[in-house]
Design a protein around this ligand. Structure first.
Ligand SMILES: Cc1cc2nc3c(=O)[nH]c(=O)nc-3n(C[C@H](O)[C@H](O)[C@H](O)COP(=O)(O)O)c2cc1C
Length: 166
């Protein structure tokens, strides 16, 4: 275990990223039905916020090219990727391109793409979007949800996609 730095030490972004990489996260594809069609991106910063009311949150980088149109859609769906969905992860972790080309999905009650074969999905109505540092924190009220039949999730840990629960 490394020694703690003195209080007040400047935190380098790359060091922060490296330390945070030790915290395993889920891997989700957040989708929305925008005016120009379906959109989505990989989001690891998916958090449970509240049970009553049912709230979840995501943090989106200010550099996201999909988010400006997605944030105006009023709702989004969180698709929690299963351990065997690496191709989907790679597809949605890139900016631009036809991310939905050749992909099959069904529409959530709010018209957002729900991807098949996932561990779980949550359809959310946007409650608030707040700017925090270089990210946006979007809070959504869960209005629809489902889960796979005990499908193990994909996990991101120390720079690699991993599997738990097998
Ligand atoms: C495992 C993993 C987790 C990620 N988590 C986030 C995240 O929480 N927020 C975010 O904005 N981008 C995250 N990204 C990066 C975006 O998916 C990536 O920048 C993507 O190209 C954005 O697409 P866009 O420009 O179409 O919005 C993550 C990528 C990976 C591979």
């Amino acid at each position: 275990m490394s020694m703690a730095p003195p209080v007040g030490t400047h935190v380098e972004p790359l060091v922060l990223r490296q330390v945070l990489g030790h915290v395993p996260t889920a891997v989700t594809v957040v989708t929305a039905a925008t005016e120009s069609g379906p959109a989505g991106l990989v989001v690891g910063s998916f958090v449970s916020v509240s049970l009553t009311p049912p709230l979840v949150g995501i943090f989106v980088d200010e550099r996201s090219t999909s988010w400006p149109s997605m944030s105006g859609a009023g709702s989004f769906t969180v698709n929690v990727l299963a351990h065997d969905q690496r191709e989907l992860c790679a597809r949605f972790a890139h900016s631009g391109g036809a991310k939905f080309a050749g992909l099959s999905w069904w529409e959530s009650p709010h018209g957002n793409p729900v991807l098949p074969g996932t561990t779980a999905w949550l359809d959310c109505v946007v409650q608030q979007i707040q700017r925090l540092g270089d990210h946006y924190f979007a809070v959504g009220e869960v209005v629809g949800l489902g889960m796979g039949d005990a499908v193990p999730p994909m996990v991101f840990h120390r720079g690699a996609l991993r599997t738990v629960g097998l």
